[in-house]
Design a protein around this ligand. Structure first.
Ligand SMILES: Cc1ncc(COP(=O)(O)O)c(C=O)c1O
Length: 417
């Protein structure tokens, strides 16, 4: 008797093995990817799905983007990993290109998004003691409520998400949280020992929350006035997702530190980075921080290609133009099962009427119709398709969404969908 004895389909078989052997730290939709190209995923039964999540914005350039996979293949045939014990001929050019894209001097290469956030926190604390003159161990960092910056012990220490926190203490001290979008509360929280403000310019996991227009400019001015580093976590919002290279660009704001990840790896390998000027990143000396894989030649070769694609601007333009269509189509569903639509570019948070169905129920119905989206916080859905999606594909996805909502409302008087 094996765990697969009573299983009949390839989908059930794959899910059964996953559930038996993979830690249950996610609750995935019952779709088993076997291959993917552009904006489409094909499952193990041969069914095709339009991917409207793009691996939480890590696949901004589409699945297996030919330019990115060509760079990866070429690098696989030369050198892939030397660690930072030696130099490689890829890391310098990658860092130069990325620093230039950000208008900064230097790059600290890492792997996952959470590592970039951790690294940014360490850099800010070290800058606080070495440059600002805050007594060692006294520096504080101001963050926003409902933030999402990853899942490490330090990062969950300043999260409001009890599911992410419960049972994982003791927590890292040195953080204070204020409401997102409230520049006055931010100003009140900053004191002489504040070394940094750490925010997502648009809060992603919280439901694509766009702040008031004066928020980021006021945070920028506050940081300059109080000699505090402004750290923008653009791991989900950056790299063309909102129609600009960085979400901060919409408000003409330049942070002191960019935290980047997800799409920087082109959907192929984890690549993240802390990008800042020399007087900030220069606080790190040998032995003070590191990563065996951070900045490896394969990651750097892919990163060079990604930065080159962003420099051309076509993905930013696609996101702006197609984003208008996505938002217009979604807004037209207001009152037909949709309560609110937020976001910028090809990034939309959609609140559905909670009396119709849960977000998870809607995502399951959409998956049955071949559209993949993910719920966040109960009744909010996130649409973040690869930026290679076409106008016709957007229309088709929203047609499916409209039909699912219509079905849900016809069932809402009693039975669940
Ligand atoms: C804004 C933001 N920061 C950090 C992270 C963490 O990235 P990773 O999952 O690669 O650690 C995420 C992931 O969703 C994110 O959205």
């Amino acid at each position: 008797m094996t765990i697969l004895d009573s299983v009949t389909t390839a989908t059930d078989a794959a899910i059964t093995v996953d559930e038996h052997y993979v830690a249950h730290n996610y609750s995935p939709l019952p779709v088993v990817a076997a291959s993917a190209e552009g904006a489409w995923i094909t499952d193990v039964e041969g069914r095709r799905y339009l991917d409207c999540l793009a691996a939480y914005s890590a696949v901004n350039f589409g699945h297996r983007n030919p330019e990115i996979t060509a760079a990866a293949h070429a690098q696989l045939d030369t050198v892939t990993l030397v660690s930072r014990a030696f130099h490689s001929d890829r890391l310098g050019p990658f860092s130069e290109a990325l620093a230039e894209l950000c208008g900064k001097d230097m790059v600290l290469p890492m792997n996952s998004g959470a590592e970039a956030v951790e690294s940014g926190i360490k850099v800010a604390r070290k800058w606080g003691t070495d440059v600002k003159g805050v007594p060692a161990g006294a520096g504080n960092i101001v963050v926003a409520h409902n933030n999402f910056h990853g899942r490490t012990t330090t990062i969950i220490s300043f999260s409001d998400d009890e599911t992410a926190r419960r049972g994982f203490g003791p927590y890292t001290p040195g953080f204070r949280a204020v409401p997102f979008g409230d520049a006055d509360a931010m100003a009140a929280a900053v004191d002489d020992d504040t070394v940094a403000v750490l925010i997502e310019p648009i809060q992603g996991e919280a439901g694509i929350i766009v702040p008031p227009d004066d928020y980021l400019p006021r945070v920028r001015a506050l940081c300059t006035e109080r000699n505090v580093l402004m750290i923008a976590d653009e791991i989900q919002s950056g790299l063309a997702r909102t129609g600009r290279t960085f979400a901060c660009d919409h408000w003409g704001v330049v942070p002191d530190i960019y935290l980047l990840g997800k799409a920087l790896g082109g959907g192929v390998v984890p690549v993240s980075a802390v990008v800042a000027n020399r007087e900030i990143l220069g606080v790190l000396h040998p032995g003070e921080h590191g990563s065996t894989f951070g900045g490896n030649p394969l990651a750097a070769a892919i990163g060079i290609t990604v930065v080159g694609m962003l420099q051309r601007g076509e993905f930013q333009s696609r996101s702006t133009e197609l984003g208008e269509r996505l938002h217009a189509r979604l807004r037209a569903l207001t009152g037909h099962g949709v309560v609110a639509v937020r976001g910028m570019g090809l990034w939309a948070g959609v609140d559905i009427d909670p009396s119709l169905a849960t977000g998870k129920q809607i995502t399951l119905k959409l998956a049955e119709r071949g559209v993949l989206v993910k719920d966040t916080h109960g009744s909010t859905l996130r649409f973040a398709p690869p930026l290679v999606i076409t106008a016709e594909e957007i229309d088709w996805a929203i047609d499916q969404f409209a039909d699912v909502l219509a079905d849900a409302s016809s069932h809402s008087n009693g039975s669940s969908i």
